[in-house]
Write a protein that binds this ligand. Structure first.
Ligand SMILES: Cc1cc2nc3c(=O)[nH]c(=O)nc-3n(C[C@H](O)[C@H](O)[C@H](O)COP(=O)(O)O)c2cc1C
Length: 183
């Protein structure tokens, strides 16, 4: 499977089978996250793997009651150590949110290539998640994802067309389709 095929295959999966994820498959999925790029190669990501049914249910409750999270055999909680991330991205911000997002997307794409489902969960109470998982002060939780075999085949939600999102040479400048003139 090519990278583009994995990208095209990935969906947000909100229904899971209980079957566990074989260790060697999980290792490849985590390896994909490990190899992600990061500001100054500081790799500020940390991942907590949750298998306990009770903890998964509590995580689901702390995530706006999205109960499907607890259906998956595994929940991955993506954390960051902002103090060990690149401090001056664009000269205005720390890079940890981007770093961890890159790693989590790597993880999700490898999961898709392995026939696994994931769903980026951004609607969670960080304080509640940190308390549940003993996440220390100073470490942030960026996102969660269930990880397991899909129990359904979600539809593609669609995307904007390239022509709507790609500018040429300067912001707002679309290339006309039938000539080399610029708008
Ligand atoms: C930052 C972010 C937060 C999200 N939070 C949630 C969430 O809390 N619950 C959920 O079911 N999906 C969540 N999603 C998934 C999006 O709804 C989904 O990616 C989008 O609708 C496109 O669908 P697709 O992932 O199947 O292509 C989130 C995605 C992102 C990137």
């Amino acid at each position: 499977m090519t990278v583009l095929e994995a990208i095209q295959k990935r969906r947000s999966v909100r229904k899971y089978r209980p079957d566990s994820v074989p260790e060697e498959v999980l290792r490849r999925v985590l390896e994909a996250a490990r190899l992600a790029p990061s500001g100054k190669n500081l790799q500020p990501w940390r991942f907590i793997l949750v298998r306990s049914a009770e903890t998964k249910e509590r995580l689901a409750r702390a995530s706006a009651d999205q109960t499907f999270i607890a259906e998956a055999p595994l929940v991955v909680v993506a954390c960051a150590d902002p103090e060990s991330s690149y401090a001056r991205m664009g000269r205005y911000m720390k890079s940890w949110t981007v770093d961890v997002a890159c790693a989590l997307e790597h993880l999700m794409l490898q999961a898709a290539a392995e026939g696994l489902g994931t769903c980026w969960i951004g609607a969670f109470e960080e304080g509640a998640v940190k308390a549940l998982l003993d996440v220390p002060d100073g470490i942030r939780v960026l996102a969660l994802t269930p990880l397991g075999y899909p129990a359904d085949d979600p539809d593609f939600g669609g995307r904007k067309r390239l022509e709507e999102i790609v500018f040429y040479e300067r912001y707002g400048s679309f290339k006309t389709s039938n000539s080399s003139r610029w708008k």
